[in-house]
Design a protein around this ligand. Structure first.
Ligand code: G6P
Ligand code: ZN
Length: 546
């Protein structure tokens, strides 16, 4: 064993954000930067000593270097064995599935999710624990604390001569390494949950076509295996299906702006019946019908309404959860069906305890994330299979399914307005100002809009472990029934983005076709006024409307 103890000094910026440590490739390439953080993980997460570690990611630039370093550090830190995805690839939900199915102690995911990749792009490292989910805040805080007192790291000298292109057994200085098919466990899990025969029949019917945009990110191999090989969708159903280290220069975020190829196809005169896309690491999803975009909050509500028709969930749905900025559409379904419902802070990790405790089976977020208790991450392809199941059962168009939902429950008009590229200082001062005036907001009139009926700063006490998380964004309720939420994004790598989430319930079916932005204009203006957006940011209008 040639273990080397390298001397190091701490970096002070290694606090994991909403979803792991996410920085530019340039920052990660600083000498000792990655090593320090990995050592902090190994020092903190002692379950890895002698345990199995799952390793892989979305294949973005810098992954190969990072995998080499992590394998050598794992060997030097007493990790029992490492399962690494072929070519270093592993979607985030598939890591979660593999950790759970193989009883691994944890996983290290190399991804910056939907952020652009390449030498000028972003990189990220995320630690997942034995339940398959992101490390809870207590653990990420402990990793951060450790990173600030690091004095050195352990690594073995030998180059980790593991051929990632070939499945099979290898070793790094005595530590067993297995290069595995990153799709196999995940594919087996999906087959247990969904009625694949019914989905095959849908594709065979000859009246149904779909397109899945993998955005040159990790879901290409997964989507081809499941949709084309397993379910019989014709070759070419999956577009942009080859993972690339820079996502072919694209921004692998499945929303109407960045998934341009998909949107263009779905709005053509010969558009397919169903379209979907996933992000860099495969945990997000966007659902589109023919000439019809499905808002993620509506998608969650529709899935909730049909979940017990899917074999893996029949007769066992008791609760659902949504992140706080997600619309209340799913709450209406829960109330009608007698399911419990929970409102958590933004970030998938907050669903973990609820899922582990069996309190909820379905979770979702406005940020294009949906999943169930089959894993402890959000899962893009799972959402696609859930929608395919709904369409196979109802044999109606996506648009018809959503409109029927609105007719039954009313429509929660919804939009997110982002003010991007602010300085950290602008963002923080705006939030501090809201905090200062919070207690006096109730009853405030906005001109010419609605009156604020209530306001708070969201805090969440986890009902399972009692841990309280505060400062999670401001909620404003208005006397016309609308709600606005204001928070700063937790996933950027520089500056700040202010997000304003706007929603209003519309029971009148005749108004379900009206322009959402027009219907929400008064809420948008009221939120801007209350938060003094222009005074603090110099912006009159959002830079991105989703
Ligand atoms: C990541 C997390 C999600 C979260 C989202 C919010 O994707 O996995 O759980 O909803 O970030 O991003 P934001 O930029 O709004 O903090
Ligand atoms: Zn992601």
């Amino acid at each position: 064993m040639a273990i080397i103890e390298e001397v190091s000094t701490p970096f002070d910026d290694q606090r994991p954000g909403t979803s792991g440590l996410r920085k530019t490739v340039e920052q990660f390439s600083q000498p000792r930067y990655l090593e320090n953080f990995i050592q902090a993980i190994f020092d903190t997460c002692t379950e890895l000593q002698g345990g199995t570690l799952v390793l892989g990611g979305d294949g973005r630039y810098y992954s190969e270097t990072a995998i080499d370093t992590i394998l050598r550090m794992a060997a030097a830190n007493g990790v029992g064995r490492v399962l690494v995805g072929r070519e270093g690839l592993f979607s985030t939900p598939a890591v979660s599935a593999t950790i759970r199915r193989r009883g691994a102690a944890g996983g290290i995911l190399l991804t910056a999710s939907h952020n652009p990749g390449g030498p000028e792009g972003d990189f990220g490292v995320k630690y997942n624990v034995a339940n398959g989910g992101p490390a809870p805040e207590q653990v990420t805080e402990a990793i951060f604390a450790r990173s600030r007192e690091i004095t050195g790291y352990r690594i073995v000298q030998a180059f980790a001569a593991v051929d990632l292109a070939r499945e099979g057994a290898a070793e790094v200085d005595g530590m067993p390494v297995e290069v595995i098919d990153p799709v196999a466990d995940y594919r087996a899990l999906m087959a247990e949950l969904f009625d694949f025969d019914a989905l095959r029949a849908l594709f065979r019917s000859g009246t149904f076509t779909m397109v899945f945009d993998a955005m040159h990110a990790v879901t290409g191999p997964y989507a081809k295996a499941l949709l084309e090989e397993e379910l019989g969708a014709p070759a070419g159903t999956v577009i942009n299906g080859e993972p690339r280290p820079d996502f072919a220069g694209g921004h692998p975020d499945p929303n109407p702006i960045h998934a341009r190829d998909l949107m263009e196809r779905m709005y053509r005169h010969d558009a397919p019946d169903f379209g979907a896309a996933s992000d860099g690491d495969g945990d997000r999803n966007m659902i589109v019908g023919r000439h019809f975009f499905v808002n993620p909050s509506d998608s969650l509500a529709v899935i909730a309404d049909h979940l017990d028709t899917i074999p893996g969930y029949r007769g066992r749905v008791t609760g659902v959860a949504r992140s706080m900025p997600t619309s209340r559409a799913v709450v209406r379904v829960a109330e009608a069906r007698g399911y419990d419902h929970y409102e958590t802070p933004t970030g998938w990790k907050f669903f973990g305890n609820l899922l582990d405790a069996g309190r909820v089976q379905l979770c979702g977020e406005e940020s294009f994330g949906t999943s169930s208790d089959h894993v402890r991450e959000k899962d893009g392809l799972w959402a696609v299979l859930a929608w395919l199941s709904i369409l196979a059962g109802r044999r109606e168009s996506v648009e018809a399914v959503v409109r029927a939902h609105w007719t039954a429950y009313g429509r929660d008009l919804y939009s997110r307005h982002d003010y991007e590229g602010l300085t950290k200082d602008q963002g923080e001062r705006l939030m501090a100002n809201l905090r200062d005036k919070l207690s006096g907001l109730r009853g405030t009139a906005t001109r010419p809009g609605p009156r604020v009926s209530d306001a708070d700063e969201f805090a969440y006490t986890d009902p399972v472990d009692g841990h309280t998380t505060s400062g999670q964004g401001f909620r404003l309720w208005f006397d016309n029934g609308a709600r606005a939420v204001l928070r700063l994004s937790g996933t950027g790598t520089s500056g700040a983005t202010l997000r304003a989430y706007l929603e209003k319930w519309q029971g009148d079916t005749l108004k379900h076709n009206d322009d959402v932005q027009e219907l929400l204009a008064d809420v948008a203006e009221a939120a801007r006024e209350v938060a003094e957006v222009e005074a603090f940011t110099g912006r009159r209008e959002p830079s991105l409307v989703v």
